[in-house]
Design a protein around this ligand. Structure first.
Ligand code: 13P
Length: 243
């Protein structure tokens, strides 16, 4: 069974005080949220412990934005799987395009991080997607298939979420047409060996387009940046209307 996963990726936003304030505004809205929807928040590392404390006993799951492949060691600035699972983290985003673009993440390191997540009982969310230039050159399909081929070597697809995030749609307000996101996600699904993998769409998901996106048959959830930072707008996303 494919799970619906609605995830907020806070990127490098929110202090601990701001995170607490967000929860006060957001949590009451969950009373309306159908039980079948998994709701997930991925704050920066400093926000994880405070959210872990305040989300205890709530249905909101906690996700990190990255992890290193070793359990410990001399890797300044990195964090490991056991450090995340110890404080109640369940999910971890791996291979986000911002990590690939600004921090030298490659398909090889993405694969190592995915393996580490699974080894430590964390559910990885693998991000894939093309640039505007690649889309315009007609390379979307080949690029994504190449990313999947390299990133998923020896990965257990039973414990995996994928997010299709076209880079040109991230933070731009230029959302991918819902039917086009559905088509690409269908293509990703056809390349997987397991029918249970949830595949999200990410890139300028907003209260005004969530219902149409979630109405697409191949789309199992969303990975949201900007619109997850404000309690009312994220509440509208988790409480999307079925069309
Ligand atoms: P936006 O929702 O701000 O476009 O960001 C999408 C994203 O990168 C989520 O990981």
């Amino acid at each position: 069974m494919r799970k619906i996963v609605i995830a907020g990726n806070w990127k490098m936003f929110k202090t601990q005080a701001e995170s607490k304030e967000f929860l006060q505004g957001f949590l009451p809205h969950l009373e309306e949220t159908p039980e079948t929807r998994e709701v997930l928040l991925c704050p920066p590392f400093t926000g994880l412990s405070v959210l872990s404390k305040y989300l205890h006993g709530s249905r909101v799951q906690l996700g990190a934005q990255n992890l290193h492949w070793e359990e410990f060691g001399a890797y300044t600035g990195e964090i490991s799987g056991p450090m995340l699972s110890e404080i109640g983290v369940r999910y971890v985003i791996v291979g986000h395009s911002e990590r690939r673009q600004y921090f030298g993440e490659t398909d090889a390191t993405v694969n190592l991080r995915l393996r580490a997540a699974q080894r430590h009982g964390l559910m990885p969310i693998l991000c894939v997607g093309e640039t505007k230039q690649q889309r315009d050159a007609g390379e979307t399909e080949s690029l994504i298939i190449n990313q999947l081929d390299k990133d998923l070597v020896d990965i257990d697809q039973e414990n995996l979420v994928i997010a299709y995030e076209p880079i040109w749609a991230i933070g731009t307000g230029d959302t991918c047409e819902a039917t086009e996101a559905n088509r690409v996600i269908g293509l990703i699904r056809s390349k997987l060996g397991n029918p249970n993998v949830s595949i999200q769409y990410g890139g300028s998901v907003k209260p005004n387009n969530i219902d149409e996106i979630m109405a697409q048959p191949e789309i199992d959830g969303v990975l949201v940046g900007g619109a997850s930072l404000e309690p009312e707008s994220f509440a509208r996303l988790v409480n999307y209307q079925e069309l």
